[in-house]
Design a protein around this ligand. Sequence first.
Ligand SMILES: Nc1ncnc2c1ncn2[C@@H]1O[C@H](COP(=O)(O)OP(=O)(O)OP(=O)(O)O)[C@@H](O)[C@H]1O
Length: 241
Amino acid sequence: MIEVEALTKRYGSTTAVDGLTFTARPGTVTGFLGPNGAGKSTTMRVVVGLERPTSGATRVDGRRYADLPAPLHAVGVMLDARSVHPGRTAYKHLLAMAQTHGIGKARVREVIAQTGLEPAAHRRAGTFSLGMGQRLGIAGALLGDPQTLILDEPVNGLDPDGVLWVRRLVRELAAEGRTVLLSSHLMHELALCADRVVVIGRGRLLADATVSDLAGESGTLEEAYLRLTSDSVEYTAGGAR
Ligand SMILES: Nc1ncnc2c1ncn2[C@@H]1O[C@H](COP(=O)(O)OP(=O)(O)OP(=O)(O)O)[C@@H](O)[C@H]1O
C-alpha cells in the first residue's frame, strides 16, 4: 500500500506537488496520470526516498521509505530506465542489485526470463533500445518480489508486444494481491490496465476514481481526462496559454 498524505514539494519558486493526498491499495493497479510537469515523477521520487517532502508525508505499507528494513523486498521501483550503468551487462546490473539484499543468482535468472531479456542478458545496457531498457528496469523492480511496485511510464518505447506484456504483467501482479502504481500520459493506456485512476495537474489532485466512474455518463475516458486537465496544460498545439 502506498499512502501520499498532504504532500507538497517545492523547488525554489516551483511547486511541483501541491497538497496531494491519495492511496494506492493492494490488489489494485492505480494509474497515475497528468500532463507533462504535473508532478507525477516528483511524487514517486518522494515515495521512494529520493526527494524529501517540503511538507506532508508518504508511506509504503505504513512506513516511511527510509524506515523499511529491506526496501527492495517491500517496493520495486522503475523510475528512469536509463539510469543503468551503460558499461554493465543486464545480468551484472541485476546481480549487483541482488547482492545488496542477499538475493541469489537463481532469482536474477528468473526475472531475466520473466521480462524477456534472455537473449540480451549478457549485452551491455548502453547498447539497449529504449524498450529493452524498460524491460531491464522492470526486471530490477521485480527482483525483490516486492508487495508494492512503482513504475514510471513503463510502456514508453515498448513495441506492441511489449505494451501487451506490461498490461498483462501489471494485471497479474495486482491479481496476486500486490499494489501497483503506474504513471502514464496516456489515458487510453491506463484504461486498459488500471482499476483506479489518480489524475493530477500542476501538482494538485484533479480526480481519484475508478476507471468506469471517471468516464461516467458523458463520453470516453479520454474526454473526461481532457476536461479535467484543460486548465493544467501549460502549452497546447496552438502555443502557450
Ligand atoms: N529537481 C528539480 N528541480 C527543479 N524543478 C523540478 C525538479 N524536478 C521537477 N521539477 C519541476 O517540477 C514540476 C513537476 O515535474 P515532474 O517531473 O514531477 O512532472 P511529471 O508529471 O512527472 O512530468 P512528465 O510527465 O513530463 O515526466 C515541473 O515543473 C518540473 O520542471
